[in-house]
Design a protein around this ligand. Structure first.
Ligand SMILES: [Zn+2]
Length: 671
């Protein structure tokens, strides 16, 4: 029979929970971690050790509950105790003025109302129920009345506190916090690059990414996705003794919730409109998608006085950004050839403003889409522009079709080089297979010189076109043979600009391997895959020798990419181009990633006991020499770095026959 935990252990467990919660908050909410990963892992391991020994100590608020529970079969319905209402919407200043006038009339006041404003995040609305300070239930908004119970999934999100302070738990035995779960744009792009590299279906957009990740029956999948929770309100404010939305934000912040830092408190129409204009300007620089601004009357007594109409409160409104759809005339369709030979129909439009930007080109994707749209030249078409996605034609307004509108035919031959196009089975794209096709060469050259590749400043698509049409460059390797005098006859090429370009090319000769691999433009190899390949092989020569089997064994490289990469490097043209680049002075420096090279390459360490320096110091040293540090001793551990007063980890290492290093031995090894 197992003894029950003694007081000391219970106190230690409690202390660990508090400490880990605090570290989580610094990491996920304040973006300002205060301990090393190794130290964090050490605390977490100790917590798990204790809970393994005494499962009765596991509580709903233990950080161990974040890692993802067992998958469930379906989501249970949850009825919201206070319905999650929708918002009235306005799209123009006049409409907002009208809203403001109704508010002022309702409150029998002048129109100088104090509002609180915040960006309208484009994610998934959820509600978190805290009972006696512990996160008990988390659900989606659903239809506003009934949502789905996704508690285990929400627990995996680091920016959602599992428990509140004792003071708040006492003042609010029941607290319902509402907010939005989002996926950052940078995370969205990173995940899609990885999914593509693994030959998996990419996420459609960040909102679908967040919603799809949250509505996983397996919480471990949710746990693997970087999601953020922004709190914007509490449902039972009338019970709470708070007097305004400002108080709510202060409370939420003090309890460790993320609150949007663009929250504002403008007074009156003019100030609100200014805040809105500012938000429009900020929008492109934000790392998350927004579709407008939420404006609420700040004071709770005023909110209550205004009440609600059917399903929406009278005291709040969403001012949405200008429509992302617009109608315009289709003037022509051009067929462009991408760097991989794919031919894309591009709509040439009567310029039109959509979501704040003038659009004159839009994608029509491929032949099947073109057929489905059944657009004719002269048609009125609806175009859509969303986030940072390329504008697209979504439909044709049939009623407005003029007489004699011309049909569009997908070409049989390449619009750039006139080679016959082919459509590989199972693909939706027609391709030009001629590698010397001028438009493909332009595309490859532009990609080669792009920021993620050789990063040659000043080499844009226009210059790429000129270099090729003037016969100065036939493939990217020719760049390294250009002289200033070659450039001077080109359009708009003054002496200074030519000199700058030559200098930029010169600087690029020593770019690191991941950029070189990306720049080569191998089909399906984005920046993330290029980095994986560079870390694995360290040089172009070694990568060239890799077999498909070698490549597919790299985590993150799928079978299709592996085959493409192998075939690319086996090709004579590739060999020729690499030789030419080398002869042109490209250095191809050996790549030493912090992770893959050094005397501890591939070795796994665990650190325990008290050392002469902080653990982060040793962790850095190990990583600099190619090793990695994990939190707990297992069969796959290679070394235990052991200081004074080691704990149970030393026993475990001895039992498993893991090599134990003292600090002195360790220091000698790296010397
Ligand atoms: Zn072609």
């Amino acid at each position: 029979m197992v003894a029950s935990p003694d007081k000391k252990l219970i106190a230690e467990h409690e202390r660990l929970k508090t400490e880990i919660h605090e570290h989580n908050r610094r990491y996920y909410v304040d973006d300002n971690p205060s301990v090393s990963d190794a130290e964090y892992d050490r605390l977490f391991d100790r917590l798990l050790d204790i809970e393994k020994q005494y499962p009765e100590l596991i509580t709903a608020d233990s950080p161990s509950q974040r890692v993802g529970a067992q998958p469930s079969k379906k989501f249970e319905p949850v009825t919201h105790s206070v319905p999650m209402l929708s918002l009235q919407k306005v799209t123009t200043r006049e409409q907002f003025e009208e809203f403001n006038r109704r508010v002022a009339e309702g409150l029998e006041r002048s129109d100088d109302i104090e509002y609180v404003t915040e960006p309208k995040l484009d994610g998934l609305a959820v509600e978190l129920v805290y009972r006696n300070g512990i996160l008990e239930l988390g659900s989606t908004r659903g239809d506003g009345t009934t949502g789905e119970n996704i508690t285990p999934n929400l627990r995996t999100i680091g920016s959602i506190p599992l428990r509140l302070s004792e003071k708040t738990a006492r003042s609010y035995p029941l607290l319902e916090v509402r907010g939005e779960v989002i996926m950052r744009l940078s995370d969205f792009r990173r995940i899609n690059e990885r999914l593509t590299a693994e030959d998996k279906q990419p996420l459609a957009n960040p909102r679908n990414g967040a919603a799809g990740s949250l509505r996983q029956l397996n919480p471990q999948i949710t746990a693997s996705r970087p999601l953020l929770f922004y709190a914007y309100g509490i449902s039972e404010w009338h019970l709470s003794g708070l007097s305004s939305q400002k108080d709510v934000f202060a409370l939420l912040k003090s309890e460790g919730f993320r609150v949007n830092d663009l929250v504002g408190y403008p007074r009156g129409v003019e100030a609100v409109a200014k805040t809105f204009d500012k938000l429009i300007k900020l929008r492109p620089s934000l790392d998350y998608e927004i579709d407008g601004m939420v404006i609420k009357v700040s004071d709770f007594a005023d909110q209550e006085a205004l009440g609600q109409i059917s399903r929406a409160p009278r005291w709040a409104v969403a001012w949405k950004f200008a429509a992302e759809l617009a109608e315009t005339i289709l003037k022509d369709v051009e067929f462009s050839v991408g760097r991989t030979g794919q031919v894309t129909p591009v709509a040439k439009l009567e310029p039109v403003r959509v979501a704040g930007v003038t659009v004159s080109n839009a994608s029509m994707h491929n032949e099947d889409e073109l057929t489905a749209l059944d657009a004719r030249i002269g048609d009125t078409v609806v175009i859509r522009r969303a986030g940072d996605v390329i504008p697209e034609v979504v439909e044709v307004v049939r009623e407005k079709r003029p007489k004699g509108a011309r049909m569009i035919r997908f070409p049989k031959n390449c619009p750039s080089c006139n080679s016959e196009l082919v459509r590989p089975e199972g693909e939706s794209a027609w391709r030009c297979l001629n590698l010397a096709c001028p438009e493909q060469v332009e595309g490859r050259l532009f990609h080669f010189a792009s920021k993620g590749g050789f990063d040659i400043e000043g080499l844009g698509d226009k210059l790429a076109r000129q270099l090729i049409s003037q016969g100065l460059v036939k493939d990217p390797a020719d760049l390294f043979y250009l002289k200033k005098d070659d450039l001077l006859p080109l359009d708009l090429m003054a002496d200074k600009r030519a000199a700058n370009l030559i200098a930029a090319i010169d600087r690029s000769r020593s770019v690191e391997l991941p950029r070189v691999i990306y720049a080569l433009g191998i089909f399906g190899v984005g920046e993330a895959a290029a980095r994986l390949l560079a870390e694995q092989y360290g040089s172009v020569e070694k990568l060239q020798e890799a077999s498909t089997d070698d490549l597919v064994s790299i985590p993150g490289i799928g079978p299709v990419i592996a085959k493409t990469v192998h075939e690319f490097f086996a090709h004579d043209d590739t060999h020729r181009m690499l030789r030419k680049m080398r002869a042109g002075g490209v250095l191809f420096p050996e790549y030493r990633s912090a992770r893959s090279e050094g005397i501890f390459s591939g070795k796994t360490f665990v650190i325990t006991g008290t050392l002469s320096r902080p653990r982060s110091h040793f962790k850095n040293l190990i990583e600099q020499h190619g090793g990695k540090v994990t939190g707990s001793v297992s069969k796959s551990t290679d070394y235990l770095l052991c200081g004074e007063d080691p704990g149970s980890k030393l026993d475990k290492a001895n039992k498993l026959g893991v090599a134990v290093l003292t600090e002195n031995t360790f220091t000698e090894m790296i010397a």
